[in-house]
Structures are given as C-alpha cells and as structure tokens.
Design a binder for this molecule. Sequence first.
Ligand SMILES: *[C@@H]1O[C@H](CO)[C@@H](O)[C@H](O)[C@H]1NC(C)=O
Length: 113
Amino acid sequence: MASQVVLIFLFLTSFLALVSSRGSFEIGNMVYNHLIYQEIHEKYGVPLMVRHEDVFITGVEKEMIEAVLVQDLKGDGIAFIKDGGIGRKNVTLRLESGAQGEGYKFLINIFAY
Ligand SMILES: *[C@@H]1O[C@H](CO)[C@@H](O)[C@H](O)[C@H]1NC(C)=O
C-alpha cells in the first residue's frame, strides 16, 4: 500500500516536471563562450490555432554553438532543438504555442565559441 502511494507520488512529480519544462530548457556550457544571439520571439494568439515558428541561428565563420538557452516567458509553450545544436555551426529551434490559441513568447540566448 505504502509503495503504491510512493509510486503514484513519483509518477505525479515526474509528470509535473515534464509539463513545466516543456517550453524552457538550457543545454551546453556558457563558460568561456560569448553571446551571439539574444532575441525575444513572440506570436499573438489566434483562437484554436497552434502558432509555431522555426528559428535558424548560425555562427559567423568558424564559430561553434556551445550553449542554447530558451526561456518560455508565457509558460505554456513548447520549444526544442529541431536540427543542429551543440558543437555544430548552427541550430534550428522549433517554437510552438499551446493548442488553445494563446500564442507564445520565448527568450532565446545562444552562446558560441
Ligand atoms: C549548419 O552547420 C553544419 C555543420 O555543423 C553545416 O554542415 C551546414 O551546412 C550548416 N547549414 C547551414 C544552412 O548553414
């Protein structure tokens, strides 16, 4: 009985962690690297429409992407790396709103070496 309660608790907490982190993530290492891109991407809501956008960011010359930080400023979006990323010369980020037509607002920071 007690172990079932623990299992349910673990399931619920991991589920909440998953849901609350869908729109924000940090990957890579910022130390020794410099900011090459810092922009807010925002789309207003359209009722019942998922708004989305692919953002392509590339370093200049030999710059290599070392860290990607995405902050979901509205808190109900989804963001992930669609292509490229750490150790590559470029990265494509996918930004999506929730399904209820609420739009989105993300802050993107990209660091390169
Ligand atoms: C993106 O970077 C990779 C290497 O990391 C390169 O091969 C590719 O051509 C780049 N794409 C564009 C569109 O610059």
